[in-house]
Design a protein. Structure first.
Length: 279
């Protein structure tokens, strides 16, 4: 990590503002990140502090990654893995299951009490929708720099007046802008096939989805004037293209850039005007 840049296996993100030198990697209980992806992050210098959040300790043990902090109510972690984590972690916090906050919200609250650090949440995708919903909106409101990532998806947050630049080491299959406040104003997006200039995005109609990189581009720039915007990147896995009829013609249909199946008869998307980002 440089002063303004965060490195992930798929992308390098420049936040155009100073970042804390420290990083905390919180492993949650959703879809387990690929072991090599997780180990790549832990091998960075300086290495992030590893927090296992309840069922996330199972992923940590599978990757032979010793947690520095173990936190949760232990209701979804395998008992033997919780005991393993508690034996190695410098700090263990076990909470009762009967509580108002989720384990992730408790972890974010603890992180906010400590010295500033980049908070990288993995194991946040692919699990229960209610947990993912809670995690996304809690992370979006977290002070400082917070993001969700694994080997298949990345969700970055841009707040009013901020800019981020995403240099893609791996081309994303889909790029989507998700308004996380009622309205996000002054959205400017470059480096994509459908750019935006000073656009407004409405949470009640989140239609700026399934964009792709512009031809010969590998860097996306996003700036907003007001609100909170989620920038979501999806990366292909082997299963994403198994059922695409267009493969025999040497290309992917627009849907299969992000989905596991497609409608071969779907008409091509129309060109978008800069002020009306539509699918």
């Amino acid at each position: 990590m440089t002063k303004e840049e965060l490195n992930l296996p798929q992308v390098q993100v420049n936040f155009h503002r100073p970042l804390p030198e420290a990083c905390r990697l919180l492993v949650l209980g959703g879809r387990t990140p690929a072991t090599n992806w997780l180990q790549t992050l832990l091998e960075q210098s300086p290495a992030p502090k590893l927090w296992a959040i309840d069922h996330g300790v199972d992923a940590c043990r599978s990757a032979s990654a010793l947690p520095d902090v173990l936190l949760g109510d232990a209701d979804s972690a395998a008992p033997e893995n919780w005991s393993w984590g508690a034996a190695h972690a410098a700090v263990t916090e076990r909470h009762p299951p009967e509580k108002d906050l989720t384990d992730t919200q408790l972890a974010l609250a603890r992180a906010a009490e400590q010295a500033p650090a980049v908070l990288l949440l993995t194991g946040a995708f692919g699990g229960r929708f209610d947990h993912a919903f809670s995690t996304v909106f809690s992370a979006a409101q977290q002070p400082g720099t917070c993001l969700l990532a694994d080997d298949r998806e990345i969700l970055l947050f841009v707040r009013g007046g901020e800019q981020i630049s995403i240099h893609c080491l791996q081309a994303p299959a889909a790029i989507s802008l998700l308004p996380l406040t009622e309205r996000v104003q002054g959205v400017t997006l470059t480096g994509t096939h459908w750019p935006l200039v000073d656009a407004s995005l409405i949470q009640a109609k989140p239609y700026a989805v399934s964009n792709v990189l512009a031809a010969d581009a590998n860097t996306i720039d996003v700036h907003i004037r007001q609100g909170i915007l989620g920038v979501h990147l999806v990366f292909e896995s082997a299963s994403d293209t198994l059922h695409c009829p267009s493969r025999e013609h040497g290309d992917l249909c627009s849907s299969c850039r992000s989905l596991s199946a497609c409608d071969a008869d779907e008409p091509p998307r129309k060109a978008q005007q800069q002020m009306t980002p539509q699918r």
